[in-house]
Design a protein around this ligand. Structure first.
Ligand code: CA
Length: 228
């Protein structure tokens, strides 16, 4: 799941980005309102977290621009001000939640999950499944045959991508750009190493094997025992 953060204060922005990344979310960060609105309109996000006071264009007008474009992703406001007026204004403009700074990260994360659960009814699923493999997107947990599997944030993102596009051969370059946010360098074996670790956790002790290597092409997640 992908979250957009629009926050100009470096400390808060980095703290949020790191925390949400460690919680297993893909995160884009914009440091002013103009970039924030541009990101919101050109990419697809499951949630946006907007600061109110931003250079260029304030949080209100970013939200107005998002809603004008017809995007209905949940939006949470962050602000240092606890004025009732602000809260009313945000809610009138179509904000879904409001958090006053300073806040505890645990509270932000709990609210993020609530918003994603609410938003997921219409657009995104809460679970991704193949055979007896299940990924819980909101609680960031993975189970195979009912057994909990511990994954790192990267392994989780990798498995999420494979599950979302199951049955599709994913080239290494696509995996690199979606999971590592980097341009593919053919010298690196980062993907092979991560894939080996993921397989050891998800496939080694189970049948059928779900992660398949397609030589010279990439990887596919598929239950081949179901294919005639
Ligand atoms: Ca600010």
């Amino acid at each position: 799941m992908k979250i957009l953060i629009v926050e100009d204060e470096t400390k808060t922005a980095d703290y949020l980005r790191q925390g949400l990344t460690e919680a297993g979310f893909a995160v884009d960060l914009a440091r002013n309102g103009i970039d924030g609105l541009h990101f919101a309109l050109s990419e697809s996000y499951d949630l946006a977290i907007l600061d109110v006071m931003l250079p260029g264009q304030d949080g209100w007008s970013v939200l107005a621009g998002i809603r004008r474009s017809g995007k209905d992703m949940p939006v949470m406001f962050l602000t240092a001000r606890d004025a009732v007026d602000d809260r009313v204004k945000g809610l009138e403009l179509g904000a879904d939640d409001y958090l006053v700074k300073p806040f505890a990260f645990a509270e932000l994360l709990a609210r993020v999950r609530t918003l994603l659960r609410r938003g997921s009814k219409s657009s995104t699923p809460e679970f991704l499944r193949l055979a007896d493999l299940e990924l819980d997107l909101l609680r960031r947990r993975v189970f195979r045959a009912g057994k909990r599997i511990d994954l790192t944030a990267k392994e989780f993102a990798l498995l999420e991508l494979l599950l979302r596009r199951q049955g599709e051969v994913l080239p290494r370059s696509l995996i690199a750009s979606q999971v590592w946010d980097m341009n593919f360098d053919s010298d690196t074996n980062v993907i092979e190493v991560a894939m080996r670790r993921l397989r050891a956790k998800v496939d080694d002790d189970f049948q059928p094997k779900l992660i398949q290597t397609v030589r010279g092409m990439g990887y596919v997640l598929e239950n081949q025992s179901c294919i005639d």
